[in-house]
Design a protein around this ligand. Structure first.
Ligand code: ZN
Length: 680
């Protein structure tokens, strides 16, 4: 493992933070914490923690000893000085004399001694940082160390690998008890450079930020070298199996069927096919290894205690659908049993989490992370890959043997985690994937922003990929931009396959792309009329067909929304190429409503009018207003409400239509009120 320490960067960091009034100690603490966070084989997603002991002053100007320790909610990779809130050290040290301290009382004592009462909760490992009297302390869950620390004879193995550089601490759940055990171990060997916490991770200490960081790198490198002596990555050749663009929506549907109203049934997926992921997925002892447990306890919050091993998808998709549904059902039964068995053992009442897996191993295909959002699914997938790497390394060295079921359960159902349940309402469209065509245009981009603000995962399709990317940046929240020419069926199929592979499926489609060609019918070139039908009718057919295919594989219903336009109901002169093709689109949408109501797919139409959308250019406005004998401003505000209607108004209508649970085949106008365009 490479040290990333760079003196020039460290000095620059001290100078830059110094200008903001941050002490040198805290600046260097921030710098090296980030170096740890930058390496996924050390820590992942909020894992690990770091501290520095320093001196400050209280409100009276009296000197006070402080512990700056990582606050919850911060990630080491991106931590700022505020991510290490200051706690008075002396009262924390006094806690060591207590015989016992509950987690709630510990958290309370830590909060009471914060210098800034609005700071985040100090890490649950704060007392361990406090009790060990070294200036800088670094803690990671390094993969190679976990391969050694999850062994039946871990203490002896660690002694062989590290000698007297470290001491070992038996597994104790993070909190007061672990802090005491770790501090006792340090007291007995105060020359050690670090502590290996069995089944958990590694702490290193130093007088300087660099020394503590460098010891971390050195010890992890030693562990890596030991693993490398034994580990030979098995080549994994994939056999043919159904395309992942079909498998993932099928798996997504299986989760939904098993949840069947008892638990949230809509999840996003993240498939990983790295060498390590495939080596695990194709392991001849996969089922047995998958049952052993997590690599380090805090992973259980993200991945549950064990992954679901899916049946190998050799068979036809339909057969796999039944097999994987049965496998999810078995997982849920096993999880309920696990909960009951362990909840009965603990004194406090526990609330069962949903019984669905967070990681699925699909033989011959890879590892799948599951989450309420793409970001959560990615975290589960990252941890799953690290779990696979740790298990494979541990098996190469000896035997992977993590903490047992009771300790895992106690971590998963830890009182402080249980306290978070039900505290935050989910955004209305979290867990939903929405695909928007014409995504780079004004209405497409506004619709993307509107769906993202409701929590949906947004995908913008456009034939102008650069413009779509720019629009996706405007949407933010992980919005994805994909190239798609909606008039090319293959391009549409490719784009939807990509969405299914990336997120596991699709829930809502806003079929929005269109063109507006004008001209009197008698003068209209046939090519213009045909071109209008290509974009305004046939492309919507291609999009709807591709979406329905995925929605049927999922079996979770779905929403198709079409941008139809007022022209379909209230045609204007010299606009026949547009109006005729949009009228055909209205009929197409109704046809989908009729034919797919039985699949639970709701199909609705939005009829906007006079939106500055890109289609309606200033030149068009001039022509259209002239055709109606009005000036441009009067034309744009020519509706019952007497004001211009915007792309945002249309976007809100799409969101509204996506949320209406019992409406299909409906036309919703977004035109400020136009008597002639009213649906009759
Ligand atoms: Zn830890």
């Amino acid at each position: 493992m490479q040290s990333l320490w760079n003196d020039a960067d460290a000095i620059a960091c001290v100078r830059a933070y110094g200008e903001l009034g941050v002490s040198e100690d805290l600046a260097l603490r921030t710098y090296s914490a980030r170096l740890l966070g930058a390496n996924p084989s050390l820590v992942l997603h909020g894992g690990g923690n770091t501290s520095v002991k320093t001196k400050g002053h209280d409100i009276f100007g009296d000197p006070v000893d402080l512990l700056h320790v990582k606050g919850s909610g911060w990630d080491l990779a991106t931590i700022e000085p505020a991510g290490h809130p200051a706690v008075r050290l002396e009262p924390l040290l006094r806690l060591r004399s207590l015989a016992a301290l509950s987690d709630e009382a510990m958290v309370n004592a830590q909060r009471q001694n914060l210098m800034d009462s609005s700071a985040p909760n100090p890490s649950v490992e704060t007392l361990l940082h406090a009790f060990i009297p070294r200036k800088f302390i670094d803690h990671t869950h390094a993969t190679a160390v976990l391969a050694l620390a999850n062994q039946p004879d871990a203490a002896a193995l660690i002694k062989r690998v590290f000698g007297d550089r470290v001491a070992c601490v038996r597994y104790v759940a993070p909190g007061f008890d672990l802090a005491k055990v770790a501090a006792d171990a340090w007291d007995q060997a105060p020359t050690i450079e670090g502590l290996v916490l069995l089944n958990h991770g590694l702490f290193t200490f130093g007088d300087t930020a660099q020394q503590s960081y460098q010891r971390m790198i050195d010890l992890v490198s030693q562990a890596e070298a030991h693993v490398a002596e034994h580990r030979r990555a098995a080549p994994s050749d994939r056999q043919a199996s159904p395309p992942t663009a079909d498998l993932l929506p099928t798996l997504r549907g299986a989760l939904s069927r098993v949840a069947s109203g008892h638990s949230p049934g809509r999840w996003l997926l993240d498939l990983r096919t790295s060498a390590g992921a495939l080596e695990m997925a194709n392991h001849d002892r996969l089922a047995e290894l998958a049952g052993r447990g997590v690599a380090t306890p805090d992973h259980v919050i993200r991945t549950k205690s064990w992954p679901l091993v899916a049946p190998r998808p050799d068979s036809a998709l339909l057969a796999w659908r039944a097999e994987v549904t049965a496998a999810v059902e078995q997982f849920a039964d096993r999880y309920r049993d696990y909960f009951k068995r362990n909840a009965d053992r603990t004194p406090q009442a526990k609330t069962m989490l949903d019984p669905l897996p967070r990681v699925v191993v699909i033989p011959n295909v890879g590892l799948v992370g599951i989450g309420r959002s793409a970001a959560e699914a990615a975290i589960a997938a990252d941890i799953a890959e690290t779990w696979a790497e740790t298990v494979l390394a541990a098996e190469a060295v000896g035997r992977f043997e993590p903490i047992g079921e009771a300790d895992t359960f106690d971590m998963e159902y830890w009182v402080l985690e249980q306290a978070k349940l039900g505290k935050q309402a989910e955004p209305r469209l979290l867990r939903h994937v929405v695909v928007i065509t014409g995504g780079a245009g004004a209405i497409g981009a506004a619709t993307g922003r509107a769906f993202a603000s409701e929590g949906a995962q947004v995908v913008l399709l456009d034939r102008d990929e650069d413009a779509a990317k720019a629009a996706a940046r405007g949407v933010g929240r992980g919005a994805l931009a994909l190239h798609c020419d909606v008039t090319d069926n293959q391009s549409v199929v490719r784009a939807f396959d990509e969405v299914a592979r990336t997120f596991g499926g699709v829930d809502i489609v806003v079929s929005n792309a269109g063109i507006a060609l004008s001209g009197a019918m008698i003068d209209l070139p046939d090519e213009d009329l045909r071109a209008s039908f290509e974009v305004n009718l046939f492309s919507h057919q291609a999009v709807a067909r591709a979406a329905i295919k995925i929605m049927r594989e999922q079996g979770m219903g779905g929403v198709l929304l079409f941008n139809v336009s007022k022209q379909a109901l209230n045609p204007g002169a010299d606009f026949g190429a547009y109006g005729a093709s949009k009228a055909a689109l209205l009929a197409l949408a109704r046809q989908y409503a009729i034919e797919h109501g039985k699949d639970g797919v709701r199909v609705n139409m939005i009829n906007p009018d006079r939106i500055r959308s890109g289609l309606l250019t200033d030149e068009m406005i001039r022509l259209r207003s002239a055709a109606r004998g009005l000036d441009a401003a009067a034309y744009m505000a020519g509706n019952l409400l007497g004001r211009e209607v915007t792309a945002n108004d249309v976007a809100q209508a799409f969101v509204f239509a996506a949320l209406m649970p019992s409406t299909t085949g409906a036309v919703i106008t977004v035109d400020g009120g136009n008597t002639a365009a009213m649906v009759r």
